[in-house]
Design a protein around this ligand. Structure first.
Ligand SMILES: [Zn+2]
Length: 124
């Protein structure tokens, strides 16, 4: 999920190919109904239409994957940012003065909760 622009370009190409195939398929199906057309065109047209639909689904899947990738990136960023912010506020335990690590600070109800690993005290 590192190359989001590439994913969008890939999705766009897949959409274009899918649309072309769908268009070609539709033309073949329409052609097969005309007097000069052969009935085998209908099969080709349906085949192209199905492949085109697959390409469109692939493009949609790529966009979905890139959106999901963005969301997890944002969540990871919040997880990294929160301990860094709370670390500035209080780096030692209020009770025993022990040095606290970022993993000793948890977010409870939106407020930072310190859990001291040395004396077991919890406070916010
Ligand atoms: Zn303590």
């Amino acid at each position: 999920m590192a190359n989001k622009p590439l994913l969008y370009i890939g999705a766009g190409i897949l959409f274009l190919i899918g649309l072309c195939l769908l268009g070609y398929g539709a033309l073949s199906v329409i052609g097969s109904t005309s007097a000069q057309g052969s009935s085998s065109w209908l099969t080709y047209g349906l085949g192209f239409g199905c492949v085109g639909a697959l390409f469109l689904a692939g493009g949609a899947g790529l966009i979905y994957a890139s959106i999901r990738g963005t969301k997890t990136e944002v969540i990871q960023q919040i997880k990294v940012d929160l301990p860094a912010n709370t670390k500035v506020e209080s780096i030692t335990c209020k009770n025993c003065g022990g040095v606290l690590k970022p993993e000793n600070i948890k977010m409870v109800m939106g407020a930072p909760m310190v859990e001291c690993p040395y004396c077991g005290t919890t406070y916010n």
